[in-house]
Ligand binder design. Structure first.
Ligand SMILES: Cc1cc2nc3c(=O)[nH]c(=O)nc-3n(C[C@H](O)[C@H](O)[C@H](O)COP(=O)(O)OP(=O)(O)OC[C@H]3O[C@@H](n4cnc5c(N)ncnc54)[C@H](O)[C@@H]3O)c2cc1C
Length: 374
């Protein structure tokens, strides 16, 4: 696209949203720089899902077959009681059948390396740096980086996750946009199978749940619990967070004792609240947000990567349609993507209540013995 040549865009964050956005901006003809706060691409963390229209977007980006070749995909969900008896189960694939193309689960490192390989010759990546200040003028936006350097860009795209620095600098404090979903979760990834490969097992007592999800000789151990109000804890103190989980789940049935031993031994640990980011506009001036930074739906959606890919694609389609007129394009982006985001966020909120943090024995029995999908 002739009109976009020489236009420069800065993307903050080199993960699902940042890499998808970098792909499209480069394809549209922008000169793309990605700044990432970490020393290298972040590859640790739970697997992500590419679902529905995000699969179509991945096909348009030419990465679908590569993503698909690394698919993990759960085949069976089993609901367990305190005696380890399966009270109900959901089979997600029919015997011998290929899982559908519009639902691909993939480890984060595979996603990241597929995109970085595709972009490394065309896109400039700057690691170990971040945006410290933004100053918009009539013709561009001046960026001051943490290391003191300065550069002007035509657009800045914040793809820096739920705790986005671009959002904080340009749109206001996280507390204005973050909505607590009355629950917390923790994830520990262990390098062994605690249940059969491609199987997920769930065990709940009122207000608490444990999920085991096994793939490729690894198991994700996920804890979640209901909390009416936010609980005070130190975000940087992992041991304190680990203790919250150990204390809260001690003495529960099923395989809880054995699982808590894994938690004590494990090096990997992640703890956060279930929350969503809701903003009246994802754009302001020459700045737009994409992915969790703009519309995090929480892990309960199982849609984080899909939102990032769909968001990047919607933004690119709008810029292409309006031939780089970012003001009109940003209007379209806000308008066209919103119904989809609201739908996903509403489903995620229900998932927290009806799948992860069930409040009564009756609700647990009902969930365990009914055919449910999520
Ligand atoms: C425990 C857990 C389980 C999940 N399970 C699933 C699942 O099953 N399926 C699914 O699809 N999704 C899942 N998600 C959600 C999914 O991981 C996110 O929605 C997705 O990663 C969002 O992508 P993103 O690029 O917007 O943000 P992120 O992946 O958070 O990436 C943000 C990037 O920005 C960088 N960054 C941060 N601050 C700065 C800064 N100041 N300057 C520059 N760079 C910065 C970060 O280092 C990171 O690389 C889960 C999330 C969690 C936490």
């Amino acid at each position: 696209m002739e009109s976009l040549k020489e236009k420069k865009v800065l993307i903050s964050g080199a993960s699902m949203a940042g890499l998808s956005t970098a792909y499209w901006m480069n394809k549209l003809g922008y000169k793309v720089t990605v700044v990432e706060i970490a020393n290298e691409p972040r590859t640790a963390g739970a697997a992500v899902d590419i679902k529905g229209t995000a699969s179509d977007a991945a096909k348009r980006m030419g990465v679908f077959e590569q993503l698909k070749s690394h698919r993990l995909n759960v085949e069976m969900i089993e609901f367990k009681n305190a005696e380890d008896i399966t009270e109900g189960s959901i089979s997600l694939t029919s015997e011998g059948a290929e899982p559908p193309d519009d639902d691909i689960e993939i480890e984060r490192d595979k996603f990241v390396s597929i995109f970085i390989d595709k972009l490394k010759n065309d896109v400039e990546f700057i690691f170990n740096n971040s945006i410290a200040a933004l100053n918009e003028t009539k013709d561009d936006i001046q960026v001051t980086f943490k290391n003191g350097s300065q550069q002007a860009f035509d657009l800045v795209l914040g793809c820096d996750g739920i705790h986005s620095a671009v959002r904080k600098l340009w749109f206001g404090d996280e507390s204005e946009y973050s909505h607590f979903l009355k629950g917390y979760f923790s994830i520990i990834i262990v390098n062994k199978l605690l249940v059969k490969q491609k199987t997920m097992q769930m065990y709940n007592v009122p207000d608490k749940g444990i999920v085991l999800n096994a793939y490729k000789n690894k198991t994700d151990i996920i804890f979640c619990f209901f909390s009416e109000k936010e609980i005070p804890y130190n975000y940087r103190d992992e041991e304190q967070q680990r203790k919250i989980i150990l204390d809260l789940f001690e003495g529960q049935g099923w395989r809880t004792a054995e699982i808590l031993e894994e938690v004590q031994r494990s090096k990997s640990f992640y703890f956060d609240k279930f929350c969503q980011i809701k903003m009246p506009s994802w754009t302001k001036g020459r700045v737009a947000l994409v992915g969790d930074a703009a519309y995090c739906a929480s892990p309960a959606a199982g849609m984080g990567a899909s939102l990032a890919i769909n968001g990047a694609t919607a933004l690119a389609d709008a810029l292409e349609k309006h031939k780089g007129n970012f003001e009109l394009a940003f209007q379209d982006y806000n308008k066209n993507l919103r119904p989809f985001i609201e739908d996903v966020q509403a489903t995620a909120e229900l998932n927290v209540q009806e799948m992860f943090n069930l409040r009564t024995e009756e609700a647990i029995r009902k969930r365990n013995t009914q055919k449910t999908s999520f």
